[in-house]
Design a protein around this ligand. Structure first.
Ligand SMILES: Cc1ncc(COP(=O)(O)O)c(C=O)c1O
Length: 333
């Protein structure tokens, strides 16, 4: 049975060929425009939020609690979803939360971008000093419990909306590309994992290979992805057991770390913008596209390739490109 949905986005999102980049790279390159969902400035989270919001409404939620990085695109789109339903949205954020062992120099995300958009949307953002993800999760749970003690009906949302319902949204999104043309590979960025899991699960056993480009360095991410696959099995009453070995998650394009642009990503951003007039974001999609370009050059992928643009455009407006390049260089040192 399909989970209930509150419609938020314009679907199907556009799917089109990139003629100049196809010629330049020597493949047949297409793009799926989830940057153009028409909801809260676009992005992959709008799809997940249709199902998450329906679940919140069913559970008579009054306050939604989540956490993430200060530049989180999820929090912006969640804030929009909550505000149109009159729900409080509370988010605990750190500039760059990290997994112990993967700390990177704090590059300081500027004032614009999602920070400002969250204000427009009325998100109750609590900024914490940088720390580990576990510290962030613990403080988020404390906040949720305080709100419950005050009488709120709280809905807890994992980072990036990556619950089985979030993955279901991309399981369903795969229907939008099932008809012609046939794709040999699909490349998408992966962070909290439900975009890649939903697509991989839907296309399991098909000839199309889904490759997720990790924007996080932590090796545990693959385990998270596996758990999401099993969660989808439970949600759908299926037994696909999409094996972790089938999930193709590439860690070689993370660059300096989570939340920090990579020099290769910025070059890929520039290439896409100047060749096709389409902007990528500096944190997720640029790294994924850098991965695509390198995999084409190394002949790891060929034929008809689909790049899934997952949005993130507001992050372009946090700092000027020159400062971003410097930050990446500092973080590499
Ligand atoms: C623009 C953008 N692309 C990709 C991702 C990764 O998607 P997922 O969290 O489903 O792995 C994110 C997650 O924050 C994002 O904001």
């Amino acid at each position: 049975m399909k989970p209930p949905r509150v419609p938020l986005i314009l679907r199907p999102t556009p799917l089109h060929r990139l003629p100049r980049l196809s010629a330049e790279l020597g493949i047949d390159l297409w793009i799926k425009r989830d940057d153009l969902t028409g909801f809260a400035l676009g992005g992959n989270k709008g799809r997940k939020l249709e199902f998450l919001l329906a679940d919140m409404v069913l559970k008579r939620t009054t306050a939604v609690v989540t956490c993430g990085a200060v530049h989180s695109n999820f929090i912006r789109q969640l804030g929009a979803a909550c505000s149109i339903r009159g729900l409080r949205c509370l988010a605990l954020v750190m500039d760059l939360p990290f997994e112990p062992g993967f700390e990177i120099a704090n590059v300081g995300v500027g004032p614009g971008g999602n920070r400002w958009l969250n204000e427009w949307l009325g998100v109750e953002v609590h900024e914490l000093p940088n720390g580990s993800w576990d510290e962030l999760f613990a403080q988020t749970e404390d906040l949720a419990q305080r709100l419950e003690a005050e009488g709120e009906t709280v809905y807890r949302i994992p980072v990036g909306g990556s619950s089985p319902l979030g993955a279901y949204a991309f399981f369903e999104a795969a229907e939008e590309i099932r008809t012609n043309p046939f794709f040999d590979s699909i490349i998408c960025p992966s962070s909290s994992g439900s975009t890649q899991v939903g697509l991989s699960y839907a296309l399991h056993g098909a000839q199309t290979h889904v490759i997720g480009i990790s924007c996080d360095p932590e090796p545990d991410l693959l385990e998270e992805l596996k758990r999401l696959c099993y969660g989808l099995d439970d949600l759908l009453g299926l037994d696909r057991r999409v094996a972790a070995e089938y999930l193709n998650l590439r860690y070689d394009f993370v660059g300096p770390g989570y939340g920090v642009p990579s020099p290769e990503g910025l070059a890929a951003l520039e290439l896409m913008a100047r060749t096709e007039g389409i902007f990528l974001d500096p944190i997720y999609t640029s790294k994924a596209f850098a991965g695509l370009v390198q995999m084409v050059r190394q002949k790891e992928i060929r034929g008809r390739v689909l790049f899934w643009h997952t949005g993130g455009i507001p992050s372009l407006f946090t700092v000027p490109p020159s400062a971003r390049i410097q930050s990446a260089e500092i973080a590499i040192d």
